[in-house]
Design a protein around this ligand. Structure first.
Ligand SMILES: [Fe+2]
Length: 388
């Protein structure tokens, strides 16, 4: 690790309330934020879920449509129009705060809707992150999956109007005023989604730890995140009612997203087009490519995965750097297979004829620019082929 000549910037400002049942605190927390009529931003599937029933109970069922409103128009790969529509609902109903409730898409749309509340004529193609975005409506983020960690992020990922791929809308003021991590809300998450979202959190931790940016505080958070995922994800996968494991996974997911303020790596550049072009679940896409990315990186940055392996619980004291990398990569590959995520891209419906376009799109994606070692377009294609 090299200390850079330029000043570094470390920031961990999000207030997080953690624990089973913390959703019940929501009315008091909203009041302390000065929010009397919140808009719940979520997706249409969520509104019929057990998690939403807990939210409804906390907010008071009699108040639905009166003292609190719901916007449930968030799509799985949300567009600019979703955030603009949520803002319109907010303004029409006279709301004064946002509860972003659900998976990463709902959290991103809930956070970003506040930009459109402040400037209803905003077009993302003209968005200037350095403009005055102070005074956004207060926002409480409540995740119902343990993966993206969007609840602690200072950006939202949306498809801008007229664009094909998602873009990152960065804005420090997008940070939530409060995050509630209540494992009861993830109890009903099915095993595949538990595994896939957890694999996303694991990939965040591994890629952010190995990304060559000077941020020792994030590095420590990433390593502890890896340790938590390795300990808790198999338990949550096997027994969705294991509230301790569910809780640890929620914390690990938040830690992964705090850590990736450093940045990410090639696995995410490959995963993004696998979702946008082939419709793969983001976490499953990461799980498919992560071992191949690690095998690509390891001989070019020998020893890069030693601490990752230690965080996984491997005894690497007396082994060479190259052997430590090999053992760690093997462990991660087996770990993901044990969660039902071991199949190649072909098993997820990806066609071999798509690999060239996927490689082009992966190379155009910015995440690989902070991969531990540089990767060319053809090398990214080679990783896809290996993961096929
Ligand atoms: Fe991710």
């Amino acid at each position: 690790m090299r200390v850079p000549p330029a000043p570094a910037n470390f920031s961990f400002p999000t207030h997080v309330r953690f624990g089973p049942g913390t959703i019940a605190e929501l009315p008091d927390r909203l009041a302390s934020l000065g929010c009397r009529k919140p808009l719940v931003v979520t997706d249409p599937v969520m509104t019929g879920s057990a998690a939403f029933a807990l939210l409804r109970r906390a907010l008071g069922e009699a108040g639905e449509g009166k003292t609190w409103r719901v916007f449930s128009g968030v799509r799985p790969n949300p567009h600019e129009a979703d955030a603009a529509a949520a803002a319109k609902a907010f303004l029409l109903a006279g709301c004064d705060g946002v509860i972003a409730f659900g998976g990463g898409s709902a959290l991103d749309v809930g956070k970003a809707a506040r930009l459109f509340v402040k400037k209803p004529d905003l077009k993302l193609r003209d968005y200037d992150w350095s403009a005055d975005w102070s005074g956004l409506a207060p926002c409480v983020c409540i995740p119902t999956t343990a993966g993206t960690g969007s609840e602690v992020g200072r950006s939202a990922v949306l498809v801008p109007e007229g664009a094909k791929a998602k873009a990152v809308v960065f804005q420090p003021n997008l940070l939530a005023d409060l995050v509630i991590l209540d494992p009861e809300l993830t109890r009903g998450l099915p095993p595949f989604l538990t595994a896939a979202t957890g694999a996303d959190a694991l990939t965040h931790c591994i890629e952010s730890y190995t990304c060559p940016v000077f941020h020792p505080m994030c590095d420590g958070i990433a390593l502890e995140g890896i340790r938590l995922v390795v300990a808790a994800l198999p338990r949550a996968f096997r027994d969705g009612g294991d509230m301790e494991a569910r809780g640890l996974m929620l914390v690990a997911a938040s830690m992964g997203a705090v850590a990736f303020q450093k940045d990410l790596g090639a696995a995410h550049s490959l995963a993004h087009p696998l979702s946008s072009l082939c419709g793969m679940n983001h976490g499953a896409a990461n799980a498919c490519v992560l071992p191949a990315v690690m095998r690509f990186n390891a001989p070019r940055a020998v020893g890069a995965y030693r601490q990752v392996g230690v965080a996984c619980g491997l005894d690497l004291v007396r082994v060479s750097d190259a052997e430590a990398d090999r053992m760690t990569t093997g462990f991660i590959s087996d770990f993901l297979s044990g969660l039902g995520l071991g199949g190649g891209l072909k098993a997820h419906g990806v066609g071999e004829s798509q690999l060239d376009e996927l490689a082009d799109m992966a190379f155009a994606d910015p995440c690989h620019k902070t991969n531990i070692v540089p990767a060319t377009r053809d090398e990214l294609r080679g990783i896809l082929k290996e993961a096929f």
